[in-house]
Design a protein around this ligand. Structure first.
Ligand code: F0G
Length: 454
């Protein structure tokens, strides 16, 4: 059959609040034209992020009842640890309350002034945590990964030659090499097994640790299953094993593929490194068998991990994201292609060539989608990246708007509605106007800045 159905039926429902265009225009003006400042109850379809916003399964809710809240040595921790190890067989598994807490700890140990961390592309919190220690964060994604139209099947791959060249020059300053799977900041694009093997070889040559930022590991493994030679007949769980076996450790946000509303972890093989990380964990997160989470959260994640690698789920997940991407291209919305795993990225600069990048075409498109249909998205462009530390502005390399798809949350008719909203906005694109910032904080301005239409 052509139709890939949702491989679940609905067990508990949440009402959506309908609003009129006039109500949304008032709400977004009151929010200073910043979608982070709009109340969630004024949003109809919330595509701001896929992080912590997915629906848990019946079996996850059942597992929550089994949560054991012992401070130390809870059986819920051991179930969580074993579920992580079933996919990522690392010696030490250290829970954290979310991904950035794991990043703060690992870079707290490995970072510092003069150090340099290569990554295919750092996610914003990863970059911020590297830089917070005084170290430098370097992105080395392949050239195709920076081209919104390149059809390369693994646009998240690391430029292995660039990594080799960097290590040849600065090996002593590099404490660890990171690979982000999938590459969120680069459009949710996957990394191939072959590329991970090549990166491993370079790391071995220089005696460097290789860590995964593995938030969307299952989606990445599905792309390997679909696109890489010789992988089609394999279990996704085995592909994940192969990925893990190439690394020395990982940071994780369990709010993505592990189907949690909260959670994360840090895992590694090295005993001494783990002991240093646990010491920092106790300072900020908690005792090493709960790390900022309740026992019930650990149970929900242990169950969620078994669901994340289910083939029917992953086929539906990746196909339904591509369904949105394909339909948007048909209605004339330029997008970053091929479509990634967790989101569709709209190319606002291509849709709105009449809006100067310094008047934020991504912001204009995101606000238009909200006003037209109550669809909340996220600008990833000059608002997010355009301000330099001295306060001056430069256009970001791309002005994108991300439609991130929460896991198992919206049905195909919700997505068909999003497509219609986009179609309406495309038809009126010539009338959209840019924005001006009237108030902004010195850093991370996209969360709180206020805007006015030009
Ligand atoms: N790494 C990647 C690749 C991410 O996408 C995120 C979060 C993190 C680390 C941090 O994890 O949020 O649990 O602290 N990404 C979310 C997003 C916020 O919307 O893309 P966290």
């Amino acid at each position: 059959f052509r139709t890939i159905i949702e491989p679940f039926r609905i067990h508990s429902v949440e009402p959506l609040r309908m609003t009129t265009r006039a109500e949304r225009e008032v709400a977004v003006a009151k929010a200073g034209y910043n979608l982070f400042q709009v109340d969630a109850q004024d949003v109809l379809i919330d595509l701001l992020t896929d992080s912590g916003t997915g629906a848990m399964s019946r079996d996850q809710w059942a597992a929550i009842q089994r949560g054991d809240e012992s401070y130390a040595g809870s059986p819920s921790y051991f179930r969580f640890r074993d579920a992580v190890r079933a996919l990522f067989p690392f010696e030490h598994v250290i829970p954290t309350h979310q991904g950035r807490a794991a990043e703060k700890i690992i870079f707290g140990v490995l970072g510092g002034p003069g150090k340099l961390v290569p990554n295919n592309t750092h996610f914003d919190t990863t970059r911020a945590n590297v830089e917070f220690t005084g170290a430098e964060a370097v992105d080395l994604v392949i050239a195709e990964g920076r081209d919104p139209r390149s059809q390369h099947p693994f646009k998240g791959n690391m430029d292995v030659e660039a990594l080799q060249a960097l290590l040849a020059e600065r090996a002593d300053d590099v404490p660890v090499v990171f690979m982000t799977i999938t590459n969120n900041s680069g459009g949710g694009q996957p990394v191939s097994l072959a590329n991970l093997r090549a990166v491993r070889e370079v790391c071995d040559r220089y005696g460097k640790l290789l860590f995964l930022d593995a938030c969307r590991f299952a989606e990445n493994a599905w792309f390997i299953h679909e696109r890489e030679d010789g992988q089609a007949g394999r279990e996704v769980a085995d592909i994940v094993h192969d990925i893990a076996s190439l690394a020395d450790g990982m940071t994780m946000s369990a709010k993505k593929d592990p189907m949690g509303n909260i959670g994360g972890w840090l895992a590694m093989n090295d005993d001494e490194l783990a002991s240093q990380c646990r010491s920092l964990l106790i300072l900020t997160e908690g005792f090493p068998t709960y790390g900022g989470l309740a026992g019930r959260d650990l149970e929900a994640l242990a169950q969620g991990l078994t669901e994340a690698v289910d083939h029917d789920y992953l086929r539906y997940r990746i196909t339904s994201t591509a369904y949105l991407g394909d339909a948007l291209q048909r209605v004339g919305m330029p997008i970053l292609s091929p479509t990634g795993g967790h989101a569709v990225y709209l190319d606002a600069r291509a849709l709105l060539p009449h809006i100067d990048p310094l008047h934020y075409p991504g912001q204009a498109l995101a606000i238009a989608l909200y006003e037209a249909g109550g669809v909340r998205s996220c600008e990833i462009g000059t608002v997010m990246f355009g301000r330099r530390p001295d306060g001056s502005e430069v256009p970001a390399p791309l002005d994108l708007v991300r439609l991130a798809i929460p896991r198992r949350t919206y049905t195909q008719s919700h997505i068909d509605y999003v497509i219609e909203v986009c179609e309406q906005v495309v038809a009126a694109a010539g009338d959209l106007r840019g924005y001006r910032i009237i108030d902004e904080p010195p850093a991370l301005r996209h969360f709180t800045a206020t805007f006015e239409p030009l």
